[in-house]
Design a binder for this molecule. Structure first.
Ligand code: DAT
Ligand code: MG
Length: 147
């Protein structure tokens, strides 16, 4: 079954949006298989966002993502990578549709409350950065047959 990496960024944590954001993934019907509350080191942040190393905003991005705790998660389900990106909305909250997390809860691109992997390959890479294999829970979610 497909998995994706979702991370509530420091702004989402500080604004007490963890419950709201987790609830959207739960209500959609996806299965939470891992979660932890952590503060990223500079090294972990630079690895996670490595594809943006040459971008002008990279320094600010790393400073922001390491500025406080994040809530890191792995969600599982059919097409979860693509659908999670749809639930999250466009990178720039000004362009994110109402009903999406960023469309409903964020204003600025630099503080867009949540991260979601952009492909299955990225998801696997990012899950490996943040979680050991034994931190991923294997269980049957009650009601899964109704999703
Ligand atoms: P996404 O998070 O939607 O995958 P991305 O991978 O292009 O977007 O960029 C990673 C993060 O970097 C993004 O969530 C917020 C920040 N960012 C992107 N473009 C930016 C910009 N023009 N100015 C400031 N921050 C930006
Ligand atoms: Mg991205």
């Amino acid at each position: 079954m497909e998995r994706t990496y979702v991370m509530i960024k420091p702004d989402g944590v500080q604004r007490q949006l963890i419950g709201n954001i987790v609830s959207r993934f739960e209500q959609k019907g996806f299965k939470l298989v891992a979660g932890k509350f952590v503060t990223l080191s500079k090294e972990t942040a630079e690895t996670h966002y490595g594809e943006h190393r040459e971008r002008p905003f990279f320094g600010e991005l790393v400073d922001f993502i390491t500025s406080g705790p994040v809530f890191a998660m792995v969600w599982e389900g059919e097409n979860v990578v693509k659908v999670a990106r749809t639930l999250i909305g466009a990178t720039n909250p000004a362009e994110a549709a109402p009903g999406t997390i960023r469309g409903d809860l964020a204003v600025q691109v630099a503080m867009n409350v949540v991260h979601g992997s952009d492909s299955v390959e990225s998801a696997n890479r990012e899950i490996d950065i943040f979680f050991r294999a034994d931190e991923l829970q294997a269980y049957t979610k009650a009601g899964q047959e109704w999703v």
